[in-house]
Design a protein around this ligand. Structure first.
Ligand code: F6P
Length: 319
């Protein structure tokens, strides 16, 4: 193999740059030329492609976002868009393509692989919602951003004796909410995978109040619904002063944590190994701290689940 391409696709995630760096350096280490595709699959269609060298990935390991920029391409979902992408791969002589992104991106990668253009996926999303890997690049950084924000909110919640409902990202997955809730000792965690009855949440808040607890933190995963809607429901049933904070895209930015940088470096390097070993059509992942590879078909067929024992623990610790 002499030439490969790399792109980032879907929502950006801290650590994507560290993964790009690892892919480029590992490929060059093996004597392979690397071409960066800007703007995800849309950039592949549009031929937005440039050769990368060792220096082009210098000083980026600590930077959030993605130097290759990202996009969610509608065009690439259709045969015509994929055809244009393949023509660009032919034009630049790309014998393989590394895709850093989430499950939507892997659907595109699977299609390209089936059409004879070998692809390898690297899981990069703050949602941690990909099957076949314990962690996705960006999750740990986003989690730390959420925790930092909640710590600050707790200060004001305590001063004013208020209950805060904090909405975090995660799409249809509850990982960010669950891990943040455990790490921050939230009174209640609402996740799409398992939902407490509203009455249970209200009872827990009331129990806390009766014990003299004057403020509380409720973390709601966006996949459950709107934090504002929940705040109204809680206000109807409990005598509490409530406030809502939607953390939003702040969760997607920032310098990646050490853990994300290391994960990105390991998965980035692994993706080149997989391509070289002829294992196209797979996603590099990490399970029990070991590098693994699963076919796109398996990754996309399985459903990511949360660790239910952690959910149970969060309830036991916030009785
Ligand atoms: O998948 C990452 C993510 O940040 C989700 O948590 C969120 O639902 C979505 O992307 C937001 O997408 P956009 O940046 O397009 O608004």
């Amino acid at each position: 193999m002499r030439k490969v391409g790399i792109l980032t696709s879907g929502g950006d995630a801290p650590g994507m740059n560290a993964a790009i760096r690892a892919v480029v350096r590992k490929a060059i280490y093996h004597g392979i030329d690397v071409y960066g595709v800007k703007n995800g699959f849309q950039g592949l269609i549009d031929g937005y492609i440039e050769k990368m060298d060792i220096g082009s990935v210098g000083d980026i390991i600590q930077r959030g976002g993605t130097i290759l920029h990202s996009a969610r391409s509608e065009d690439f979902k259709h045969d015509e868009g994929q055809q244009k992408g393949m023509e660009q791969m032919e034009k630049y002589g790309l014998e393989g393509l590394i895709i850093i992104g989430g499950d939507g991106s892997f659907r595109g990668a699977e299609k390209l692989t089936k059409k004879g253009y070998p692809c390898i996926g690297i899981p990069g999303t703050i949602d941690n919602d990909i099957a076949g890997t314990d962690f996705t690049i960006g999750f740990d950084t986003a989690l730390n951003t959420v925790i930092d924000a909640i710590d600050k909110i707790r200060d004001t919640a305590s001063s004013h004796e208020r209950s805060f409902i904090i909405e975090v990202m995660g799409r249809n997955a509850g990982d960010l909410a669950l891990w943040a809730g455990l790490a921050d000792g939230a009174e209640s965690i609402l996740i799409p995978e398992k939902q407490d009855e509203l009455q249970e949440i209200v009872d827990r808040l009331n129990r806390g109040q009766n014990r003299g607890k004057k403020h509380s933190i409720i973390i709601l995963a966006e996949g459950v619904g709107s934090a504002f809607g929940y705040a109204d429901k809680i206000k109807e049933q409990a005598d509490l002063e409530t406030r809502v904070t939607v953390l939003g895209h702040i969760q997607r930015g920032g310098s990646p944590t050490a853990s994300d940088r290391v994960l990105a470096s390991r998965l980035g390097a692994q993706s080149i190994e997989l391509l070289l070993n002829g294992e196209a059509g797979k996603m590099a992942g990490i399970q029990n701290n070991r590098l693994v590879a699963h076919t796109f078909a398996d990754v996309l067929a399985q459903k990511h689940t949360i660790d239910f024992s952690m959910y149970q623990l969060s309830k036991e610790l916030s009785i």
